[in-house]
Design a protein around this ligand. Sequence first.
Ligand code: SF4
Length: 207
Amino acid sequence: MNREDVLNILDTLIPDPKCSLHYTKDYELLIAVMLSAQCTDERVNQVTPILFSKYDIFTLAHANKEDIIDIIRPCGNMNKKSGFMIEIAKRLVTECNGSVPNNREFLENLPGVGRKTANVILSNLFNEQAFAVDTHVERVAKRLGLALVSDDVVEVENKLCAYFEGESFLKLHHQLLLFGRHFCTARKPLCENCPFKKMCKYEEKEQ
Ligand code: SF4
């Protein structure tokens, strides 16, 4: 199977992929992605409307940590995440007038924000060609042989960028993520009817 086959299959399976986190403002996406660590997007989507009905980025910068903990409790790790959130808000307010900047270095230096989150922000908010590699994208890339099982997450990202050069990394991120979340799952992938069966390395490498 060649690259065109891969793209066609993804377009057939997931024709119109979208970010599954709900947001209406730039900082809402940043905070939602930070909250989604070790938590489902569904749960984050239940919490963020409550959070953002009470706070904007300016009031969040001065929020009481205990109040934030109460709201984000369903997302887990609330002690850490509430601290990250207030610190992120402070830095956006004091250094960027409350906006999320198109600046990888700034984003990666925010608490609770790593390369993956920075890539989600850069691609979703600024249309930058940044390939966010989360656990689903990494698993699928390795099973399809687009990266080696031994590759770290940056190596996976680099290989995906090279393989899919010229295509929309944002769309492909969502497609691989959704394929991994609903089809090529960690424990029980639906291999029997998988259109990638011919190129998949899963059986020989992981079982
Ligand atoms: S054959 Fe199975 S492991 Fe391989 S890509 Fe398809 S669902 Fe995933």
